[in-house]
Design a protein around this ligand. Structure first.
Ligand SMILES: [Ca+2]
Length: 242
């Protein structure tokens, strides 16, 4: 199980450690044949409760937002005493100052205080290692926009919009990138073309109208008036008589 915080900014770390299955209880019952048997469900409950106690005693307890554990080994196998455990640890942004080595040291110290060999489940304190989670490797861990570059940092990550894209994010920087400049340029070009066509149409229309008027005026000047025809009414209509 992994923590997936994509709606808020969290510091994510991966913790690897080992737990030791203690057989004291079963030895006391003289029943070694099922000494290691424990259901996966019961083990998860034990593990989570113990880890919660350990985490609450660390120096960064106030920064813990959530944790999730998972195991590699199959549980309930005869003779199985040590199980490798993975834990995803989410801290609030206030934990930014903490380094993985500091987290591991605090976990170790807290586990040593909790170490109780008489109980069924014992945490092997020496096994804690803390690693940064590379949020950029898996999209479920980061909120970078598809047109943004994701850069992993210790405990966190950053997003930067690609060149030519504007950052219009309202939340995490680089979570929303838009092609605003190019869109404006296209609109300007389209607007200019429309304006040129409109002006050209007006000019052409003006020229056509002008020549039409000139043509109409010229035709009236050279046309003979009806009175001119009446001077020689017997001549062929339309021919001039000198
Ligand atoms: Ca990281």
């Amino acid at each position: 199980m992994a923590i997936t915080y994509t709606d808020v900014d969290m510091m994510l770390f991966h913790v690897e450690y080992k737990v030791q299955m203690n057989n004291n209880n079963n030895n006391n019952n003289n029943n070694n044949s099922s000494s290691s048997s424990i259901s996966a469900e019961a083990f998860e409950i034990l593990l989570r409760n113990q880890m919660k106690q350990i985490l609450l005693m660390t120096s960064f307890a106030d920064e813990i937002a959530a944790f999730a554990t998972s195991t590699d080994s199959q549980l309930g196998e005869p003779g199985l005493e040590t199980v490798a455990v993975h834990m995803d640890l989410a801290l609030t942004p206030g934990g930014l100052h903490l380094k993985p080595s500091q987290l591991a040291g605090s976990l170790k110290g807290s586990a040593e205080l909790q170490d109780d060999r008489a109980s069924q489940l014992t945490v092997v304190a020496e096994s804690f290692t803390v690693k940064d989670i590379d949020e950029c490797e898996n999209e479920i861990f980061n909120r970078c926009h598809e047109m943004a570059v994701c850069v992993n940092t210790v405990g966190s990550y950053s997003c930067t919009c690609d060149e030519g894209y504007d950052d219009v994010s309202t939340g995490k920087v680089g979570s929303d990138c838009r092609k605003l400049e190019r869109r404006s340029t296209v609109m300007i070009v389209v607007g200019s073309v429309i304006a040129i066509i409109a002006v050209g149409t007006l000019v052409v229309a003006g020229v056509v109208i002008y020549y039409a008027r000139v043509r109409n005026r010229g035709g009236a000047a050279f046309s003979p008036s009806p009175s001119t025809y009446n001077i020689h009414p017997r001549t062929h209509r339309g021919r001039w008589q000198v």
